[in-house]
Design a protein around this ligand. Sequence first.
Ligand SMILES: NC(=O)c1ccc[n+]([C@@H]2O[C@H](COP(=O)([O-])OP(=O)(O)OC[C@H]3O[C@@H](n4cnc5c(N)ncnc54)[C@H](O)[C@@H]3O)[C@@H](O)[C@H]2O)c1
Length: 332
Amino acid sequence: MNIGIIGTGGIATSAHIPQYIAAGANVVAVMNRTRERGEAAARQFGIERVYGTVEAMLENETLDAVSVCTPNALHKEQVIAALAAGCHVLCEKPPAISAREAMEMLEAAKAANRTLHYGFHYRHRSDTQLLKRMIEAGELGHLYAATALALRRRGIPGWGVFTDKELQGGGALLDHGVHMLDLALYLMGYPKPVDVIGHIGQYLGTRPGVGLMGTWDPDTFSVEDTARAMVKFENGASLLFDGSFMANVGPRDTMRVELRGTEGGATLFPLHVHTEAYGALFDQTPAHLEHVDPYAVQIQTFLDACQREPEFEQGEQAVILHTITDRIYGEA
Ligand SMILES: NC(=O)c1ccc[n+]([C@@H]2O[C@H](COP(=O)([O-])OP(=O)(O)OC[C@H]3O[C@@H](n4cnc5c(N)ncnc54)[C@H](O)[C@@H]3O)[C@@H](O)[C@H]2O)c1
């Protein structure tokens, strides 16, 4: 398969390009707005052609699939352009910056009859997949409560445009928070939300402070450092979300999902399962679980999907996800 890459920054060069190459796909072209960055990536991976615009790459190349690895506010336009050119698309998370955009992307995938996947790599971890299989086998019963935590003590990224609301759409929620929100929803079977109460705030990011992920400019910090929510679903279940770029908490970085079901509960990460049987309470942890590189599985899953009938499920889930994020931001 011939692959093109849009955006050659951190995630493209650390995950997408090397994993396509490892999977035996041909990364034939890259595009980056800053041409030197595109050229540097092409040199690093031996990629033949570099473009400065999406249009030029799509016009001049015969591509089967494209990865979109640019700032969040650019995803929609670039994904739709690639789909319209007949490419299957793997777009980094978050899918978009609003439900309206996610819907346009889904409609474009359907119109082009091409697969649209999103870069939620936590789904592809072996512990997540084990838990998913246990849930589908009914081990936890009806899942009625979930908690998704994405809490950093001092974790504002000091590179890229992660503090720019216009280019990223948001901070603690749309950047790393969305990974745990998606994961909880994925494990719950993506129930439809009916009520959302959100709390968004800037408390620490707009003043100088310790940075454990580099330094940022508090004067231009325009995203939320705090995002919290309670979501109620059509099926009666509820979810609590708590995310921060910076918060006065003990642990440096917590990425965690907790699920409660009528037959059992579970937490990730690491995986623990809690049940009751024979008048006793059990805590289970896997004694052995094969480690997989979730980015490698993500790319292979996408490449495999490109060989089958087009898939729109992730596009549909993205609309639900962003319906929730819109409501947390108070924008719906
Ligand atoms: N799955 C994950 O865990 C994960 C991790 C990091 C980033 N991401 C996502 O990947 C995306 C990119 O993040 P990153 O960390 O690679 O950022 P980055 O800043 O390292 O790279 C972004 C790249 O996009 C380029 N760019 C900017 N505007 C462009 C345009 N109009 N057209 C083409 N290229 C343009 C920049 O020059 C840069 O090379 C974001 O959506 C982010 O949320 C996902």
